[in-house]
Design a protein around this ligand. Structure first.
Ligand SMILES: O=C(O)CCC(=O)C(=O)O
Ligand SMILES: [Fe+2]
Length: 308
């Protein structure tokens, strides 16, 4: 379901853009002083600056700018961005009103969440190896990416474009009504340097819709809706935020990451008050993960006949 114009680009999205200007500036200056890049590109606007940094690094800035920890390899220096504007978007009342209409008024923010700033495909690593969350997204169902303990949790994915999403710069693709087919096999993706899995093309079927979206539009997906994104073939970044919500008390599928109560009519005092409290939850999670990394899991065996 796409809700057009649910958010106001100025009121609801501009604070996040401003926060990321400051964040990117700090990251760029640190990379420069660490000698990772030759300069901080402070004269460039946000999108071009991001592209210039990624291009010079021959890598990715995804982990520096994301709002959750990476799935693997958390180190002492790994950062999570927990700024007030990001928290403001996660708890945006207009967003939560729609979430409430779908899952009810007891709303938990599931920690499976990302800020994705995708540079043009051409500035990604030349060997075609996919890095992190920044390249084309392969066909998948979100349920496949979390632990089976959350199979019955009523999790709703919320996808928010920060820049306009077009066919050229890598908008989302969805397979309408695919959630009715249940969870399907996902196979290891050979073009990935991390354990990414994709739905084989023939299981996706013929009905595929490209969703061009403008800032302010919001896409809501079930955990079983098959979706992917097109590659970013434009010359600028493609920027989106994806969040997830579920009823309070159900497993999140990523128990080692911190969720929080975003809205509760029954127990309003349990609602997380501010970004500082949110940052604290992630700080504690990081300490736990440094002491003991989570068990890895895989839903499908290597060599599944569907993957042959
Ligand atoms: O933004 C993308 O390319 C992928 C997003 C996605 O898969 C999600 O929000 O679940
Ligand atoms: Fe997804």
């Amino acid at each position: 379901m796409v809700v057009r114009g649910l958010l106001d680009a100025e009121r609801d999205l501009a604070p996040l853009r401003a926060e990321y200007e400051v964040l990117l500036d700090a990251v760029a200056r640190r990379l420069e002083s660490d000698g990772v890049v030759s300069r901080a590109y402070g004269h460039l606007p946000f999108g071009s600056r991001y592209c210039a940094l990624v291009q010079e690094m021959g890598g990715s800035l995804a982990n520096e700018l994301d709002i959750c920890l990476p799935q693997k390899g958390v180190k002492a220096g790994t950062s999570v961005h927990c700024g007030p504007a990001a928290f403001g978007l996660l708890t945006n009342p207009r967003l939560l009103d729609v979430v409430e209409a779908v899952i009810g008024p007891e709303i938990y923010s599931n920690p499976t969440q990302h800020v994705r700033i995708k540079p043009p495909e051409q500035s990604l690593a030349a060997d075609g190896v996919v890095v992190g969350e920044v390249a084309r997204t392969v066909w998948h169902q979100d349920l496949a990416t979390i632990m089976p303990e959350a199979d019955d949790s009523r999790i709703l994915t919320v996808w928010i474009p920060i820049t306009e999403a077009t066919r050229e710069n890598g908008c989302m693709l969805v397979a309408p009504r695919s959630h009715r087919r249940g969870l399907v096999t996902h196979c290891p993706d050979p073009n990935s340097n991390y354990s990414r899995h994709a739905i084989p093309d023939r299981l996706v079927g013929d009905r595929r819709v490209a969703l061009a979206m403008r800032p302010g539009d919001v896409l809501f997906l079930t955990m079983l809706t098959m979706h992917a994104s097109l590659p970013n073939l434009s010359g600028d970044i493609r920027w989106s935020v994806d969040l997830r919500y579920q009823p309070i008390g159900q497993p999140t599928g990523r128990s080692w990451f911190p969720g929080f109560v975003a809205r509760s009519r029954r127990d309003p005092e349990r609602v997380l008050p501010d970004a500082a409290a949110w940052a604290n939850l992630w700080r504690e999670a990081k300490e736990r993960l440094l002491a003991e990394p989570p068990a890895t899991f895989q839903r499908w065996e290597d060599g599944d006949p569907d993957c042959a």
